[in-house]
Design a protein around this ligand. Sequence first.
Ligand code: RIB
Length: 280
Amino acid sequence: ALVRYPNPSIGVVVPTLMNPFFPKMLSGIAETARIQGYYTEVFNAAQDGGDWTNLAARFAQGRQQGLILAAPKVTEKIVRLLAENEPMPYVLTDQADDVPGALRVAVDDTTGSGLVVDHLVGLGHQRFAIVCPPQLPFNMAARYRGYLDALGRHGIPRNAVTYVSAPLTREAGQAAAARIVKLPGITAIITINDDLASGLLKGLHELGKRIPHDYSVVGYDNTDLSNYVTPELTTVNQPVMDLGHAVADCLLAKIERREPEVPATLPVELVVRASSGRAK
Ligand code: RIB
């Protein structure tokens, strides 16, 4: 059985700390937790998930009163581990896999990707590249379906959309540029997050491409980075701090056996900056 320690804390499992989205979400979580008297402990699945026994051993110490799960692949194992021991409250968010019946605080990914497509089609774009990894976590799968559905609604045929595979890093975005410039007729590039977009902007610049003259590039997240790349990035704002506050509020309610106020899907908005423009 799990042993309880006196200092109340919650644990948060994130997929990585290298993407600014997650430190910001953690700030929101920690702020709400601290106000309500809890510490926040971070589990970085990129480090610990590779060695599952390490992560499990840390949970088994039982210091946390509850968990926020935001990483793919480890969710099911963690939920099973919790069920096999003294049950611990948990809440899912962001990249966590779906667990039937579990409480999830979500952002409106489908609307977000629809806004990206509406914007680009409105600028006259007809041929698209979508840059993302082959295995999409829960929230990004919804985002990806949202792109395809919106393109379909605008009557863009599937053969006008090229999928470009890249893991979720700036380096991968940068490297994807060389593949994209070889694709005929593409004028708009959609990346599934801002990290990929910022790397891609650099890669396209290195290949002598001008943005948005040669390509429009649109990201997703509105991380602080998106204001500091050249040109500034058009992207979708996720209310990351609000997400952190909401998911922590729900978990703390569960821990304290209050009824959690699960927010409706949190809203997103398109932030139009200089990286998108009229199709050539
Ligand atoms: O860029 C980090 C991405 O991972 C975000 O889009 C966020 O939703 C998370 O899933």
